[in-house]
Write a protein that binds this ligand. Structure first.
Ligand SMILES: *[C@@H]1O[C@H](CO)[C@@H](O)[C@H](O)[C@H]1NC(C)=O
Ligand SMILES: *[C@@H]1O[C@H](CO)[C@@H](O)[C@H](O)[C@H]1NC(C)=O
Ligand SMILES: *[C@@H]1O[C@H](CO)[C@@H](O)[C@H](O)[C@H]1NC(C)=O
Ligand SMILES: *[C@@H]1O[C@H](CO)[C@@H](O)[C@H](O)[C@H]1NC(C)=O
Length: 586
């Protein structure tokens, strides 16, 4: 029976599907295991949660994710998002582009949201469209983007999906009163049903549809847990939430984890404030606030139990099919989350580890089981990774590169993550507001996270020109901003003084903040066109000291809510050439 299916799949799919390429990829993987390559392109089940942290231990509370994905797959322990906010991060993920290239930088117009995604032409040019035109059946259920609403869902409809059932604003985050919109049908309210249960049903339905056909399938399941609950009427004129309360678990999970608390790490509600000024000015949290935040934390863990069960149900169904061994199952989140670290109320939007690190687990044909991968990877790398696994030719207009899925695979590795953010910060929970406002202005910054060759650094430049530098090898909780010690201390990192370190990081950031395509993947090539420098360590050579001292610095002339280039300082770095001379790169 499978044989006939294969024949018909080949006859109808071969012309569009780059079969030989995926057979080559899979062939390499499968021949290692002395198995026969499957005869159709692999399927993908992609589960993306909303606001799930890695750093606050949420994965530890998900036994089915552990059993089905962590034990049977590979955990990427250094996986980052490039913009720690739902909509920009999701648009970057599905288009394979940094937010400065999508220019979808916010959750709502004029700088973001679904209308901006459409306006920028991505509704015709993003991963589901590419997969679909290559012969995939594509399905999506749950939250796609923000500002995808009961009023604009059909103008135009989202492209690229064989079947879709989207959560729509303003009901997206209403755990018990969600509205979904299926294919070309009108929106339907699920008042009284728990959103995660509704999504589980819809996901299993689409999985059946995918399994029933001979074409490979791509299924995205995007539950909103553990995002805050937002009820209707709690959005301001910009579509921004005004009251974000703790998530609501399924009733069968509401009493779990009575003793769980936010991990009391050194940066949890510290005695000494730190960070940029708006963070440094936060008051120390009182006992009542801490108690509430612990409750908030437990509600997140409880809300994730529905997702854990969803993962279990999906894997069970795949196990009962003949496609389990031909399906990649991926689990991640759109951005991380902090609660109480650096005295912050619950939320995201910062560049701290809690916000930019997210879970990334992958299981599937040829993927090592129970393995940890240390390579630095980002959400921008996901689209190229999936294209490669699907055997679809890579495009050179993407800002990421396929992830090294195997311990010894020779994919391009990168040390850097280009982190960027425009606009407001959001303070969540009933005790979140500062001066009665749940929003922080001027949360615009650019930063680089760098891990490699003994370095473990975070460097940021804010729109008010404040800077941060953390050396995470000795300060993993980012409590000691070294930037302002540069002239007063003899401190060194890996034997290099701080000035040298900062000069290189700043130039790297200058390249990354406006990079495109290969420049984002190999930024040192822009600075050193002779190819002599391919890592941070290489760039630290003393022969380049003068060159880096003369680079224009990353800076802003004012704080904007979106990507307004004339507020964003120098755009072009100098290029090192011919030994001692350098010139402006054009
Ligand atoms: C529930 O959703 C419906 C629309 O689907 C809306 O009209 C109603 O106001 C919502 N109820 C509450 C309590 O939020
Ligand atoms: C390693 O790189 C070479 C050259 O790009 C390629 O031909 C080969 O297939 C790669 N091997 C793996 C395991 O990715
Ligand atoms: C925010 O930035 C704007 C523009 O740079 C500035 O005028 C304003 O004072 C800043 N507000 C705060 C609270 O820092
Ligand atoms: C990004 O979009 C905003 C809003 O439409 C626009 O003002 C800005 O010029 C755009 N930035 C770039 C770099 O295209």
């Amino acid at each position: 029976m499978r044989y006939r299916a294969v024949l018909s799949a080949l006859s109808c799919v071969v012309p569009v599907l780059a079969n030989s390429a995926w057979q080559q990829v899979l062939g390499e993987i499968w021949s290692e295991q002395q198995q026969v390559a499957p005869a159709r392109a692999p399927n993908f089940v992609f589960i993306i949660t909303d606001d799930q942290d890695l750093e606050l231990d949420s994965l530890h509370y998900m036994p089915l994710v552990s059993r089905h994905l962590k034990a049977k797959g590979t955990f990427f322990r250094n996986h980052f998002v490039t913009t720690a906010l739902c909509c920009p991060s999701r648009v970057s993920l599905w288009t394979g582009r940094q937010a400065h290239n999508t220019n979808v930088t916010d959750v709502s117009p004029p700088y973001g949201g679904y209308p901006k995604f459409v306006e920028r032409g991505f509704n015709d040019d993003f991963l589901p469209v590419w997969l679909q035109t290559s012969g995939y059946n594509t399905f999506y259920t749950g939250k796609l983007f923000n500002f995808h609403t009961v009023d604009n869902y059909d103008s135009p409809y989202v492209n690229g999906f064989t079947g879709s059932d989207f959560l729509l604003d303003p009901f997206t985050y209403s755990y018990l009163n969600a509205t979904f919109q299926r294919n070309r049908e009108p929106p339907v309210s699920y008042k009284g049903h728990h959103t995660t249960e509704v999504i589980t049903d819809k996901a299993l339905g689409f999985l059946e549809d995918g399994l029933a056909e001979d074409q490979p399938f791509f299924l995205v399941i995007a539950p909103i847990a553990p995002h805050s609950n937002i009820d209707v009427g709690a959005l301001d004129d910009h579509g921004a939430p005004t009251v974000m309360t703790e998530p609501i678990p399924l009733s069968r999970h509401e009493n779990l984890f009575q003793d769980a608390k936010v991990p009391r790490t050194a940066h949890f509600n510290p005695d000494e404030p730190n960070g940029v000024s708006w963070v440094r000015n936060l008051p120390k949290q009182d006992d009542q606030t801490i108690e509430y935040n612990d409750h908030f934390y437990r509600q997140r863990l409880r809300a994730l139990q529905g997702v854990d069960e969803l993962v279990g149900a999906v894997v069970n169904r795949l196990e009962d099919s003949d496609q389990l061994d031909n399906t990649y199952i991926i689990y991640t989140s759109d951005n991380g989350y902090h609660i109480g670290q650096h005295r912050l109320p619950p939320g995201k939007a910062c560049g701290f580890e809690e916000d930019i690190r997210v879970p990334f687990l992958i299981r599937g044909p040829g993927i090592a089981k129970g393995a940890d991968q240390d390579a630095v990877t980002t959400h921008i790398d996901i689209a190229p990774t999936l294209l490669k696994l699907a055997g679809i030719p890579l495009r050179d207009d993407l800002d990421g590169t396929p992830m090294p899925l195997h311990p010894n695979s020779n994919e391009t590795r990168h040390e850097h993550v280009a982190v960027e953010y425009w606009g407001r910060g959001y303070l969540e929970g009933l005790k979140g507001a500062i001066d009665n406002s749940p929003v922080v202005p001027n949360n615009t910054y650019k930063s680089v996270r760098l891990i490699g060759d003994g370095f473990d650094l975070y460097y940021s430049v804010w729109c008010n020109n404040e800077h941060e530098l953390y050396d995470l090898t000795t300060d993993r909780y980012q409590l000691n901003n070294l930037y302002y010690n540069v002239d007063s201390s003899n401190r060194q990192i890996q034997g290099f003084n701080l000035r040298k370190i900062i000069d290189r990081l700043d130039s790297l950031l200058l390249v990354l903040k406006s990079c495109k395509g290969d420049t984002c993947i190999n930024p040192w090539n822009t600075l050193h066109s002779d190819g002599a420098v391919s890592s941070f360590k290489d760039a630290l050579h003393e022969m380049y000291d003068a060159f880096y001292q003369h680079q224009p610095s990353v800076s802003f002339s004012r704080c904007e809510l979106g990507q307004i280039l004339d507020a964003e300082g120098p755009q072009e770095p100098l290029v090192y050439r011919h030994g001692l001379s350098w010139e402006v790169w054009t």
